[in-house]
Design a protein around this ligand. Structure first.
Ligand code: ATP
Ligand code: MG
Length: 501
């Protein structure tokens, strides 16, 4: 295995002290699978009598932080890499919640015993660094070959319901299925309401991994649906299931199916960044990727609330699963979801708040949902420059085009299969010419300019600045000089007059 030299040096030193360093967790799994390890090395140290001994040995190699002396975890920081060293431990559930654990550390414990607390067999493998031996007490290698996640122990697995979400994200990241017994256990945990007691921060970490690390996040969301998680924990997502759409625009199926295709399309767009003619610098930031992925995931949350079905006999009914599912879809003459993009804002807000309290982040996602139809509408209408400038005051147009493109690609129409999103390209081109593709126009005039023109600060300033900005939107005022001349002519003259009285 190709390990950082520092780890090899530490392992050698530990061996001289009659101890062994065993690499554990995701790093071992990723190396065997051939994935790059994400600078996240967890090492378990066997054979020492006390954590203080370990601390002393490690401090010769870099700065050591005690993350939790009682849990036996020491963090070694060395040239931007972080290594977690820990003592083998047992965890026993003693109370509710993820903190209700008794932890027993013991340097003399054996590897199998200590690995029993881990979630899946593929995460419970070890690599003895010094001897180069591979440790696999629960047959993780075999499960890798079978491409499956298998839990280690029935009684310990249920002690932390987060493991169900971990199953979801690992399943999507690696394209693995769940072993039958694991799927059954997960389903039972969901049914017993155990996932509801998890703190949102912990769930969010796993959902973020699902969105950011899986090639096809839809695999995870489909699993969440199958396990009953969407129904119990995410009603806004669950509501998309079965909502019918006009087959002309959406031959792929219901709103859920379309959303799944769209979220995978967004993932591809993000990964394909280099293939874009336009440089989407925004995509470099993880937060921005998440923003786009959440926007796509939620873009049609308004459809269950607004879908109207016209039957062949002229009858019009609002979508409601309890009545509409019994109807023969062939009788649907027309299906519409007018203003669904606006109706989606509220459910999207409550959905994302269930995962995080990052207010500004959440609010930044909502305009992408509210305006996701604009690229297509603007293109069809041949929208004027003023409309595009106004749109840029509400949403980042580059990002909006990406969201709309994922929505477009998440279909099986002939046009979508061609993968050329004309409306998006048109809007982006126009927005670039107008220099509003990333942000709105800046106001040409500020309060201090008005003062320099001799106006006295007053509430009227706001009116003047708004008026100038409106004229900028219309394209009437383009330069600062023009704007100042306008203000001077219209407002300074007036003030001089009023000053006379
Ligand atoms: P990733 O690539 O997502 O970091 P990972 O396997 O390294 O994957 P971590 O959350 O970093 O996941 O955890 C490291 C290891 O700790 C896991 O491989 C697993 O053995 C164990 N682990 C972490 N969280 C849990 C949990 N909730 N239940 C059981 N074992 C866990
Ligand atoms: Mg990890």
């Amino acid at each position: 295995m190709n390990l950082p030299p520092l780890l090899e040096q530490i392992a050698k030193k530990l061996q001289q002290e009659n101890a062994r360093a065993v690499l554990v967790g995701g790093a071992v799994r990723d190396m065997i699978m051939g994935y790059a390890v994400n600078k996240d090395y967890d090492v378990e140290v066997y054979g020492l009598a006390s954590i203080l001994e370990l601390e002393k040995i490690l401090s010769a190699f870099g700065s050591v932080n005690l993350v939790g002396r009682s849990f036996g975890v020491l963090k070694l920081v060395h040239e931007e890499e972080e290594y977690d060293f820990s003592f083998p431990r047992l965890e026993k559930k003693t109370g509710k919640g993820h903190r209700g654990f008794d932890v027993v550390t013991d340097g003399k414990m054996d590897f199998e015993e200590a690995s029993r607390r881990r979630d899946f067999t593929i995460n419970a493998m070890g690599y003895d660094i010094e001897s180069g031996t591979f440790l696999d007490p629960f047959n993780g290698r075999r499960d890798m070959e079978l491409k499956q996640l298998r839990h280690i122990d029935d009684s310990s697995f249920v002690e932390d319901p987060l493991r169900v979400y971990r199953a979801v994200q690992f399943s999507a990241r690696f394209g693995y299925g769940l072993a039958d017994e694991t799927e059954k256990l997960c389903r039972e945990m969901v049914e017993r309401g155990m996932l509801e007691e998890l703190p949102k921060e912990r769930v969010y970490i796993e959902i973020k991994k699902l969105l950011l690390k899986a090639d096809r996040p839809s695999v995870g969301f489909e699993l969440m649906r199958r396990l009953g998680i969407t129904e119990r924990c995410f009603p806004e997502l669950h509501a998309l299931i079965d909502v019918p759409q006009d087959p002309e625009w959406h031959p792929e199926g219901d709103v859920w199916v379309h959303t799944m295709l769209s979220i995978d399309a967004m993932e591809r767009l993000i990964r394909d960044e280099s293939a874009f003619s336009i440089q989407y610098s925004a995509l470099r930031e993880e937060k921005q990727k998440l923003k786009l992925l959440f926007a796509v995931l939620c873009h049609d949350f308004g459809k269950p609330l607004t879908t109207i079905i016209e039957l062949e006999n002229g009858e019009v009914i609002a979508w409601d699963p309890s009545t509409c599912l019994a109807l023969n879809a062939e009788r649907f003459a027309r299906i519409r979801a007018i203003s669904h993009e606006k109706a989606g804002v509220e459910p999207a807000r409550s959905f994302i708040y269930r995962l995080t309290d990052e207010h500004d982040f959440i609010e930044s996602i909502l305009p992408l949902i509210e305006h996701h139809l604009k690229p297509l509408q603007f293109y069809k209408q041949g929208a004027k420059a003023s409309a595009i400038r106004r749109l840029a005051t509400k949403v980042n147009i580059e990002e909006l085009v990406l969201v709309a493109k994922a929505d477009f690609l998440g279909r099986t129409t002939e046009e979508a299969k061609s993968a050329v999103f004309k409306a998006g390209e048109w809007l982006l081109e126009k927005a670039k010419t107008l220099k509003v593709e990333k942000k709105p126009l800046e106001c040409l005039v500020r309060g201090k300019d008005l003062i320099a023109l001799g106006l006295k600060p007053s509430p009227e300033f706001k009116t003047i600045l708004n008026e100038v900005y409106e004229l900028q939107m219309e394209g009437t005022l383009e330069t600062k000089e023009e704007a100042l001349a306008y203000v001077k002519k219209k407002f300074c003259g007036a003030e001089t007059k009023s000053d006379l009285f």
